[in-house]
Ligand binder design. Structure first.
Ligand SMILES: Nc1nc2c(ncn2[C@@H]2O[C@H](COP(=O)(O)OP(=O)(O)OP(=O)(O)O)[C@@H](O)[C@H]2O)c(=O)[nH]1
Ligand SMILES: [Mg+2]
Length: 189
């Protein structure tokens, strides 16, 4: 039986956000070492793919005996945004997936990011551009918009179906979190 998060000494919550079809459920399936819990159903709207997430995707990665990362994917459709409120507490790291060719405006991206990240100096944000194999990416003013809000988020071109790509995002969150903790210790000492 799956150990409950509260029974694990170090349990970190990684949330995967982004618009419909960006690849959130796919990335969690790619990374998780357990069979993922997904809540995908046939979409009642034409969203360019047969299934969409209406609840939470859940997966997990163990880093040791008593150390795990919980992977939480939230629905891309705004009509299910009540789920966002259920997930947004105590986030350790955030991965934002953006689908090339269907990029929201920087303002829309920041609006979404602000729901999940209170303090960009405590909660790392890493951005993955998906579908760059079939569509050129145009990130427009995204870097500048993030910088203006004090968010230093690396942007990678990834494929959510591939382990190496998805692991790159995860390891970047880990490295950023280590850097945050290290600089905080330096400030305190
Ligand atoms: N060609 C290509 N396909 C990709 C890439 N990343 C993911 N996909 C595919 O794109 C689709 C993404 O679907 P999902 O993972 O369901 O997307 P989602 O973000 O969970 O969408 P919602 O739950 O509806 O918000 C899947 O069919 C993936 O196999 C990529 O980099 N390139
Ligand atoms: Mg999904």
């Amino acid at each position: 039986m799956l150990t409950q998060p509260e029974e694990i000494a170090v349990y970190r919550k990684l949330v995967v956000i982004g618009d419909v079809g960006a690849g959130k459920s796919t990335m969690i399936r790619t990374l998780s070492e357990i069979e993922t819990v997904d809540t995908d159903v046939a979409s009642s709207k034409n969203i360019g793919k047969p299934l969409t997430t209406v609840g939470i995707d859940y997966g997990r990665i163990s880093l040791g005996e008593d150390d795990a990362i919980g992977l939480y994917g939230v629905p891309g459709q705004k009509r299910y945004s009540f789920i966002w409120d259920m997930v947004k507490e105590d986030i350790w790291g955030c991965v934002l997936l953006l689908k090339s060719g269907q990029m929201p405006s920087p303002e829309k991206i920041l609006e979404l990011v602000n729901i999940f990240i209170d303090d960009p100096n405590k909660t790392p944000l890493v951005i993955g551009l998906t579908h760059t194999d079939i569509q050129d990416a145009n990130i427009g003013g995204l870097h500048a918009a993030l910088k203006a809000k004090g968010i230093n988020a690396p942007i990678y071109s990834v494929d959510a179906r591939k382990k190496q790509s998805s692991t790159l995002l995860l390891h970047t969150v880990l490295s950023m979190q280590n850097a945050f903790e290290y600089s905080q210790k330096q400030t305190l000492s």
